[in-house]
Ligand binder design. Structure first.
Ligand code: SF4
Length: 603
């Protein structure tokens, strides 16, 4: 297949806001976005070339350099690491005699590159990898051998055995959301008969809070959007289906098996706020969901549930377009997601103004995630009491959890808010638990003494990820993995996060390898608090959480790993000073360390 750039740009209406989607198609054909293609794209879209280059460089699924015909990315998520991802990766690196991140040479010149990606969304079936964007889980030495042979044989990925790409479904426990059937159009009809304002009130009364972690009341968000002056082009409903937090995969299940409920929820939201445009922003690691979702949208259009005059109601026009992310975790932040939808780098916006008044293309916009919109559909159909009947007063309803790590039954568990963390572990078959990371790397690290804590907005909030570590695990290696994740995913816009995440990762690496000092621990805590206080968006303000939690709850693990000296220079200061000592006839090697203890105590 060759790239017909003019036809491609024309198919996207010469719309610069579709740049990310255009780049996906370029990479699918050419494997990269060459400098020449960037120039032609910039001309065709009327954009500065630097802007196109900036977007190409921002998203990890794009890039201008040739990365070979087969682009392999192993998941670097901690649960994949625990399942042996690094050993399997090394096996493949050895097979092609290539370094991590490099393109193969010698007898396989230009054939393959092998790298790492933060997470593939297959934490319940890892170790996992992406090959030319396609996900493969359940990696074993045998599977790696088979994949290596296919690459060596230059077999196009589309011709690889389909069993390699099977995505397993692991729903272990269902409650309200996953077990309540809803006929297509039922919630929309209920909302129509109730009316827009009453539907908003019903959602408010239900106590529905955003399931992305922050817990903002959905009814308040909808009311603010409905109250915002609407320009001619109308309001917008955006579904954030970009779950990228390592350890989270519940949206994959929701989108595979409950997407109809999601589209129903988006349509109810559109009615409630007066929106005519819907955008479903799908995580770039889930391209296998694109075709089923497009088919669903087409089916609902045929059934009169999307498009002009939904359910035959004149003036109720609403349609949904699918957009694909490109491997940038920060785009889960709602304003960064809007930037990405507009074809730019996913840099979080300054707020205010908020998306409810100035969102997608400055139009009033509601951004809710998959689970929130599904819950909204069920509230519209069954009333506020449906959600209020379970959970806690501050956290109504249920939470869909992705449980992974050291458990017998990893998978999706839907449980009422207020459930004890220990109960989740019992259900999933955890034994000898050392620690639990609730809410992904940006969430809360709990020790085994805290399993009575409850998953709820008022106790331990959770966007979905529950990662379990047993007593055979090294808590410092877990934290090091998380610091590496944040350093990789920081968008680089603000200094505290850009520099702080990198420093944290470097210091944690030193500590884990037994080369850290007490000074490093102090600096780790200081940097983490600084990021929390001064970063521009939630990624930076939460990036220090795992370090601070671990320092508080697993301090002995840090202390036993330190080298004995208080200060460890990154170069041999004593050796560097030796010539100076010689010419000045001094014999006081090590003198530069004197007084350091006192200085540190004063700090
Ligand atoms: Fe980017 Fe981090 Fe700053 Fe957020 S906090 S804007 S991710 S650099």
């Amino acid at each position: 297949m060759s790239l017909d750039l003019e036809a491609l740009v024309a198919r996207h209406g010469h719309d610069p806001s579709r740049l990310v989607q255009l780049l996906h198609e370029v990479v699918a054909v050419e494997g990269r976005v060459s400098p020449a293609v960037m120039t032609r794209l910039a001309e065709a879209l009327g954009l500065p070339r630097g802007q196109v280059e900036g977007v190409v460089g921002f998203y990890s699924f794009f890039g201008s350099e040739d990365r070979g015909r087969f682009r392999v990315l192993f998941s670097d998520n901690i649960t994949d690491e625990m399942a042996g991802a690094h050993e399997l990766r090394q096996r493949m690196l050895d097979a092609f005699r290539v370094q991590l991140g490099e393109v193969s040479a010698h007898d396989t010149a230009g054939l393959v590159s092998i790298g790492a990606t933060s997470c593939t969304g297959l934490c319940d079936q890892g170790p996992a990898m992406l090959v030319n964007g396609r996900a493969i889980g359940r990696l074993t030495p045998a599977r790696i051998g088979a994949i290596t042979s296919l690459i060596r044989g230059n077999v196009p990925v589309d011709l690889w055995p389909e069993n390699l790409f099977v995505i397993e479904s692991h729903v272990e426990l269902r409650d309200l959301l996953l077990s309540t059937p809803l006929a297509p159009g039922e919630a929309i009809a209920a909302a129509l008969s109730r009316g827009a304002a009453a539907t908003r009130d019903e959602v408010s009364r239900s106590g529905l809070r955003g399931r992305g972690g922050a817990g903002f009341p959905a009814g308040s968000k909808w009311a603010a959007c409905a109250a915002a002056p609407s320009p001619e082009r109308g309001r917008v409903i955006v579904c954030n289906a970009d779950e990228g937090e390592p350890g989270t995969f519940k949206d994959r299940e929701l989108l595979m098996h409950h997407a109809d409920l999601l589209v129903e929820g988006m349509t109810v939201a559109a009615l409630a706020v007066g929106a005519n445009t819907g955008l479903l922003y799908l995580r770039g690691e889930y391209p296998f969901l694109v075709e089923p979702l497009l088919a669903l949208l087409a089916e609902r259009r045929r059934a009169g549930l999307l498009g002009a005059s939904v359910l035959g109601v004149a003036g109720f026009d609403f349609d949904i377009e699918l957009r694909l992310g490109a491997g940038a975790y920060v785009c889960g932040e709602e304003s960064a997601l809007l930037e990405s939808l507009e074809g730019r780098r996913g840099i979080p916006r300054n707020r205010p103004p908020y998306p409810v008044t100035h969102g997608y293309k400055q139009r009033p916009t509601v951004v809710n995630n998959v689970e929130t919109l599904i819950a909204a559909a069920l509230v519209a159909a069954h009333g506020a009491g449906f959600l209020r009947a379970v959970g806690t007063p501050q956290s109504a309803g249920t939470k869909v959890l992705s449980v992974s790590g050291d458990v017998a039954r990893p998978g999706v568990y839907e449980l009422p808010f207020g459930v004890r963390v220990g109960e989740v572990l019992d259900l999933a078959g955890a034994r000898d638990t050392l620690a639990v990371q609730v809410g992904g790397p940006s969430g809360t690290l709990l020790s085994a003494r805290e399993l009575e804590r409850r998953i709820a907005f008022e106790d331990v909030p959770c966007a979905g990820a529950v990662m379990v570590f047993d007593t055979t695990r090294d808590p410092l290696a877990v934290v090091e993995n998380f610091t590496r994740f944040f350093a990789h995913e920081s968008c680089g816009f603000c200094t505290p996060c850009r520099v702080g995440t990198t420093l944290s990762a470097q210091m944690m690496e030193r500590v884990v390898h037994g080369e850290g000092s007490r000074r490093d621990l102090k600096d780790l805590a200081k940097v983490s608090r600084l990021m929390r206080a001064t970063s521009h968006c939630g990624l930076g303000t939460t990036a220090g959480n795992p370090v601070l939690d671990a320092l508080e709850k697993f301090r002995p693990a840090f202390d036993t790993r330190l080298r004995s000296r208080e200060v460890l220079p990154t170069f041999d200061l004593d050796a560097s000073l030796a010539p100076a000592r010689e010419v000045t006839a001094r014999d006081d090697a090590g003198a530069h360390f004197e007084g350091r203890d006192e200085l540190e105590e004063e700090e």
